[in-house]
Design a protein around this ligand. Structure first.
Ligand code: CP
Ligand code: NVA
Length: 312
């Protein structure tokens, strides 16, 4: 999504995975690899010196907060951290007014909130790029990290098959968007009543995914098996009903055996061992969950640079 509130210069937002093209992603992944290498060797990389990022959290976070905050400081910039409880956002100041004010004072905004429409309203009134740090519908920064992680371990993801086992949630929707843009397949298996919705996921067609009622069948031949919590933030009232419905959607060793022998396991974290994944899978040799988490830092640094400075 782009708006043109900054003196006629288009402002580029990252509100969903489809906001960037395959060639933008190729650039960001290459840049993330360079930034990661420099980080590992303590080489300074201050491409966003004197820039400020505002982070607005309306839901809890560990990874997103640490990776954006540490990342911005490591790029030479600084960060302002806001939550619903400690700002006027929690006292019904209109989102449009908040966007106009905050975006006059900082260079970039990251928001974690509930409805996608909320972040879209903010972006429409922002003078600076807005990044989606998770909404009910999407989690593009996580999929950015996951695909970078896949590429690091196995090379290009185009032509590969990703098995999604579990809720048809923000992570599932974002995997589906990514499959259309980057040319891979998603096998989706969710319990009845928790299916992905093609319209909500914002897909052009159903060509890049296939739905399976049996999670074992979804995993058959997959290059990557991935899942997420049964109950996402904001849906806690449904917890007990979800525990019953999702009982057979626990990624276990049998599902991993159904996948390709070199298949990876991913989970965006936080995880509940014994619910959506067994401990021997998430803590086993095919799991790359810690790389996934670390890579949030590197890919988001590349993303922030890209939104503010373009291709360098
Ligand atoms: N994966 C993820 O976004 O984690 P946090 O909720 O801890 O930010
Ligand atoms: N689907 C989960 C992801 C947490 C990072 C949620 O929205 O709570």
């Amino acid at each position: 999504m782009s708006s043109s509130l900054s003196a006629g210069v288009p402002v580029r937002h990252y509100l969903q995975f489809s906001d960037l093209t395959a060639s933008d992603y190729a650039y960001i992944f290459e840049r993330a690899a360079l930034i990661k290498k420099k980080f590992k060797t303590y080489e300074k990389h201050h491409s966003l010196a004197d820039r400020t990022l505002a982070m607005i959290f309306e839901k809890a976070s560990t990874r997103t907060r640490v990776s954006f905050e540490a990342g911005m400081y490591q790029l030479g910039g600084s960060v302002v951290h806001l939550t619903t409880g400690d700002s006027q956002l929690g006292r019904a100041e209109p989102i449009e007014d908040s966007a106009k004010v905050i975006s006059r004072m900082v260079d970039l905004v990251m928001i974690r909130t509930y409805e996608q429409t909320k972040i879209e309203s903010f972006a429409a009134h922002s003078r600076v790029p807005v990044i989606n740090g998770l909404t009910n519908e999407f989690h593009p920064c996580q999929i950015l990290a996951d695909i970078f992680t896949y590429i690091e371990h196995r090379g290009a993801i185009a032509g590969k098959t990703v098995a999604w086992v579990g809720d048809g949630n923000n992570m599932a929707n974002t995997w589906l968007q990514a499959s259309e843009i980057l040319g891979f397949k998603v096998h989706v298996s969710t319990p009845g009543g928790y299916e992905v919705d093609q319209a909500v996921a914002g897909l052009r067609s159903s060509d890049s995914y296939q739905v399976f009622s049996d999670p074992m069948e979804a995993c058959a031949g997959a290059d990557l098996v991935t899942t997420d919590v049964w109950t996402s933030m904001g849906y806690e009232a449904e917890n007990e009903a979800r525990k019953l419905a999702f009982n057979d959607w626990c990624v276990d060793a049998d599902m991993m055996r159904a996948a390709r022998p070199d298949a990876l396991f991913m989970h965006c974290l936080p995880a509940h061992r014994g619910e959506e994944v067994e401990a021997d899978v998430i803590d086993g040799p095919q799991s790359v969950v810690w790389d996934e988490a670390e890579n949030r830092l590197h890919v988001q640094k590349a993303l922030m640079e890209f939104l503010l400075l373009g291709k360098l």
